[in-house]
Ligand binder design. Structure first.
Ligand code: FBP
Length: 559
């Protein structure tokens, strides 16, 4: 019996490419620092909350500057939040850099996410363990979790665990919420003169942890390629059978980057972009009308099939829904502790909620199908986010589009047939075997994280830039976490968080999409991207996402 697949066997041998300067080896890198920085918003509040780590300069590594320290260092690493392809390679890069610097350095993996460091659950990573996970998907080497680190008690326990293992630095691999954790921990460690530093690495398939210094979060490349393969297959099926409309919800908790990138790769008939819905203040009914019109116009010309992409976070971008969800969030934060509410029947809960909402939100809430009501009232995640992956927006839209089409039929303006299929693609792509890009990028991010540690920096995010060029030209450095922060309402009160990067409607990616979408709606312009290729010509195997090409190069290679 096989223990691993033949492809995995081959991938274990793949040597990821390192960013230019890092490839010289951890002992040959030098640090240079730029100007002091500011947070993106709410500077005064952020500075007050992060006194010791606020406003640090951007760091860059080169062959000229200050030498890095070569003192012995034990490091603890945490995988945090949703899985993203390439996480194992971040750890592999970190491990290899540490062992190259000094064989005696030890890397401890905290188990099950941030709670591992608080509860003292860890394992030491060794060559034998590492070599089983190189270039593989998933976070199973040490597991992940969504615990929020914020209390004095948690920080104190983390310190004790680190002291007992002689850990001098912690690397947190996560998205915006997890790196907010990293910054809070960095601040606490600095303020208490513990000597322990904290470095983050930008992870999330959602692609919303990016800015001038962070071109892409890892996992986005592989996840979007995986979804694009699946959607290409569905498009071929739709085009063959010609009998179904496929409504496909795609992960991306807030921003619609995944949806936009996948649309650019596959050219489906309908793609909704949450940020556009918000900018145009579109109501649920307007979105449904937009979809129904395209379906009717295809149906009237004999095409009773098609593919529609729906971003997971859509619901929170619809202005009327946003107002209602924000009231629900505040209300649920209070009702969480109310045993009468907790013990009430679903029906009574809906009635109570509806009575506490303003009349417009109450009307909207009452108009929703029971299933959607129940999904909207589910527990928020530990960071206060609505768990949009559990809200079946694709089914809600199918139901509403069907009603609209029936009305159009009664008016004699629609003559087609509407048969639906609902899909949700999220978990299918989060643990895929990393593409060459993610394998290389992640390895560099991890290696670079150790360079930041040896520079004595804390409260920084590992940054690798110039990523549309060959890895030899990638630029390595670090960006202060406070630079990305602002204040947002979470769990009913204002909290410091890393600002999410949403789809920019005047940015090159949306502009390119906008040029083509009308044609894609009516004609069949489907693209079938096929599976991720790991071996073969670089023009096929090392291509970055269209988003990255358009944003960084201003020149799409394959649109
Ligand atoms: P991160 O922000 O932690 O990277 O997670 C992203 C994500 O995959 C979202 O796209 C999705 O809404 C969410 O995780 C699902 O979370 P869970 O794994 O808890 O179901």
């Amino acid at each position: 019996m096989r223990e691993i697949s033949p492809l995995q066997q081959e991938r274990l041998k793949y040597q990821p490419k390192l960013a230019g300067v890092l490839a010289q080896g951890i002992n040959n890198i030098k640090l240079s620092l730029g100007e002091a920085t500011q947070s993106v918003k709410d500077q005064e509040e952020i500075q007050k909350l992060f006194k010791n780590v606020y406003g640090k300069p951007i760091a860059k590594f080169s062959t000229t500057g200050e030498d890095l320290s070569n003192e012995l260092k034990n490091v603890g690493v945490i995988l945090s939040g949703g899985q993203a392809p390439g996480g194992h390679n971040v750890i592999a890069g970190l491990y290899d850099a540490m062992k190259t610097a000094n064989k005696e350095n030890k890397l401890y993996g905290f188990l099950g996410g941030p709670s591992g460091i608080v509860d003292g659950k860890y394992m030491e990573l060794t060559d034998e363990i590492m070599d089983k996970y190189r270039n593989t998907g998933g976070f199973d080497i040490i597991g992940s979790g969504r615990t929020k680190l914020e209390t004095q008690e948690q920080f104190q326990k983390a310190l004790e665990v680190c002291k007992s293992l002689n850990i001098g630095a912690i690397v947190i691999i996560g998205g915006d919420d997890s790196n907010t954790n990293a910054c809070l921990l960095a601040q606490w460690m600095a303020q208490n003169n513990t000597g322990i530093t904290v470095i983050g690495c930008p992870k999330t398939i959602d692609g919303d942890l990016k800015n001038d210094q962070i071109e892409i979060s890892f996992g986005f490349d592989t996840a979007t390629k995986t979804y694009a393969e699946l959607i290409g297959n569905i498009q071929r099926d739709a085009n063959s059978a010609k009998k179904y409309w496929h409504f496909i919800k795609l992960m991306g908790r807030s921003a619609s980057h995944v949806c936009l990138e996948v649309a650019m790769q596959t050219q489906p008939n309908i793609t909704l972009i949450g940020e556009e819905v918000e900018a145009k203040s579109q109501s649920l009914d307007e979105i449904v009308t937009y979809m129904a019109n395209i379906i009717a116009s295809r149906g009237n010309s004999g095409k009773n099939f098609g593919v529609a992409l729906i971003p997971e976070g859509l619901i929170e971008f619809i202005p009327e829904m946003k107002v209602m969800i924000s009231s629900l969030n505040d209300m649920l934060a209070k009702l969480e502790k109310d045993s009468n509410y907790q013990d009430a029947s679903q029906k009574d809960k809906y009635e109570l909620i509806s009575s506490k909402l303003d009349s417009k939100s109450a009307k909207l809430f009452n108009s929703l199908p029971t299933q959607i009501k129940a999904q909207l009232l589910m527990d928020r995640d530990p960071h206060g986010n609505v768990q949009v992956s559990k809200i079946e927006t694709e089914k809600l839209l199918i139901e509403m589009v069907r009603k609209k089409l029936d009305e159009m039929k009664a008016q004699g303006i629609y003559k087609g047939k509407f048969a639906d299929q609902a899909h949700f693609f999220g978990y299918e792509g989060r643990c895929a075997m990393p593409s060459n890009f993610d394998a290389d990028y992640c390895y560099s991010l991890g290696y670079n994280a150790f360079a930041l540690i040896q520079s004595g920096l804390t409260g920084y995010l590992s940054s690798i830039k110039n990523t549309t060029k060959p890895a030899s030209q990638w630029i390595a450095g670090g960006v202060p976490l406070t630079m990305m922060m602002n204040m947002e309402r979470r769990h009913g009160s204002m909290k410091p968080v890393i600002k999410k990067a949403l789809v920019e409607l005047d940015g090159p990616v949306f502009k390119e999409f906008e040029k083509h979408r009308q044609k894609w709606a009516i004609n069949d312009c489907y693209i079938f991207p096929g599976a991720i290729q790991y071996f073969g010509p670089s023009s096929v195997c090392d291509l970055t996402t269209i988003t990255l090409q358009l944003e960084q190069e201003k020149r799409p290679v394959n649109v």
